[in-house]
Design a protein around this ligand. Sequence first.
Ligand code: ADP
Length: 401
Amino acid sequence: MRVLVLNCGSQSVRLQVIETSPELAAANADQVLAKGSVERLGSAQTALRLDAPHRPPVRRACATADHRAALELAFALLAETGLQVSEIEAVGHRVVHGGERFVRSTRIDAEVEAEIEACAALAPLHNPPNLKGYRASRALLPHAPQVAVFDTAFHQTMPAAAYLYGLPWELYTEQRIRRYGFHGTAHRYLSFRYAQIQGRPEREFKLITCHLGNGCSVCAIEGGRSVDTSMGLTPLEGLVMGTRGGDLDPGVLLHLLATGVCRPEELPALLNQRSGLWGLSGLSNDMRDLLEAAAEGNARAETAIEVFCHRVRRYVGAYTALLNGADALIFSAGIGENAPAVRARICRKLDALGIRLDEEKNLACRGEEADLSGGGGTRVWVIPAHEELMIARETAACLLG
Ligand code: ADP
């Protein structure tokens, strides 16, 4: 099945065209036919990129009005590479928040659309652009069924002990304030792929998966099911990230408000854009810059990296306890795949947990699947993130039953 995967943000659209089916997925033989992005959407400087195998890369800049205009442009470029949109058989949409309603990928109809809209209160920055992308693609590809693949769905297997906050009960029952978790498609892929590499069923494994990109989260997975994850009601909880600080004593916010250091309307920018690696280092939200600066003696960059790694270690320890021992610790996404120095700091002195890294294998591994285990009982692996592939597979599986 030829699936168009769409990941629509407020100012960007990322897309891939993937040939997949349950048989291709089982053989890990799905094919990415094209991948592209439209950035700075809605401006006079919209930038388009499209890459297809055996084709020269396409780079264009022009003006766009909205998501529909962006998709029209992207489809025109796809046609230039020989991919006709009439041949797209289904569209898979990344939808960030599915609340408690969506526990699996779901074909979108009017009722599902309304429910995704209702979940927007929980993800005001994400669900509305996801829906704009859906509406544009429905209008432009009326022949293709559209499927929503939720970031939250994989974590709906978490037990109440993991998803409830220690807050008044009514905040959960009346306001749905609870932990939902995100990056679910990415964590699910890591569980599926690890079992596939081992040639054994997912139900046999207990895994700790670390998705360390711009956004970061850890997941404890038992038998292919998420049992805990580090993000919560929103993607602000958990690890230190590029520009988000993760776990925080809520008293800090009360203090900032009470002392007038921050006004309530300043909090979203403080927590989403001015914290994390960026806020700590005062230099960059990019781990590459910080590793370079730290090597040149920049103390704040060094501290930012240490805080980042310390937090991951803390979660690895906590999840090893929750799982009563893990079969593997898996690193993924930009930092997890490409930063041996960060992986080494995270795994340092974890041998009591059975986690031991082979230094040479670790140094050699950048951006590829590799077993980095140095002889401990918990294997250490790198598996590159492939959310789009998982979205395409989920879309095909949803439609083919
Ligand atoms: P996103 O969450 O936006 O999908 P990615 O998974 O692409 O992000 O991760 C982006 C981050 O990965 C960058 O901000 C950078 O910190 C980090 N990164 C990428 N390459 C390297 C590298 N070679 N060394 C260290 N960090 C890297």
